[in-house]
Ligand binder design. Sequence first.
Ligand code: GLN
Length: 307
Amino acid sequence: LSKDIDYQSVLSEIHNEIAPLIGGGKVANYIPPLAEVPSEKFGMALQCTEGESFSIADGGERFSIQSISKLFALTLAYRHAGASIWERVGREPSGTPFNSLVQLEYEKGIPRNPFINAGALVISDIILGLATDPQNSFLGFLREQSGSSSIKVDEATLRAEKATGHRNRALANLLKDFDNLEHPVEDVLDFYFFQCSVKMNCQELASTCLYLANQGDSPHAGKVISARKAKRINAVMLTCGTYDAAGDFAYRVGLPGKSGVGGGIVAIVPDLMSLCVWSPALNSSGNSYVGTKALELFTTKTHLSIF
Ligand code: GLN
């Protein structure tokens, strides 16, 4: 059935239907370069496991991937360290904002999941212990999976992350105090900020995520992880990928998804496609306001929700 869908027309319909919503939500401003991105930007791209790809509007314009990076960091850590990662980070929804400190204190330095900032800091620490050149391994993974060798970090964003990352610094210090970081706090933060500062476009992100729609094996870029691990990463995306809005996202969209405060959201239709939407203005949970709506329209029109 899904093969009969004219995806380019579906994207056009979505583009038309979200137009009146542009202007809703608020562009993140706590990292100054993010505030400079025009709020009316909108892009969306699909990459099918069978090779076809579709894109609309600003689908080819790069933006700051921010917390979408947490998905790729989890993949690299889980691929190499296996189930031992779950001794240091949980896999339950947090029900708190992505940068919250309170839960980490009363749960003694074990973050609820890898997709909130505290969890991603632990994952970053794990990767620092696995790779000799973690920054290049991380970028290399994105370049290989997307097929775009020009993907890089935005230096202005990286500087701003370091200058304004007081909460992340607090989280890292708390983790260190609870003995859940092996490396120096500043090294972990540097690598975490590096990941957040990468810029990619919707097409590149959809291509990069294809392994999650194809049992861990990218049709164009080779095996990334086992099918078992891909299944589990998708499950954590569904339950934790959009922070304290994960329930609402599952209710509206019905796909595993991962968002970032740059306004991007990636989503997976198991065994069929990966998709990415970008619109910079965020809702109160820090997820793209128009992006969430666009994904909701997508599963409503195509019946491709997993439910
Ligand atoms: N760099 C951002 C931060 O650490 C990432 C957060 C996000 O995208 N949710 O606050």
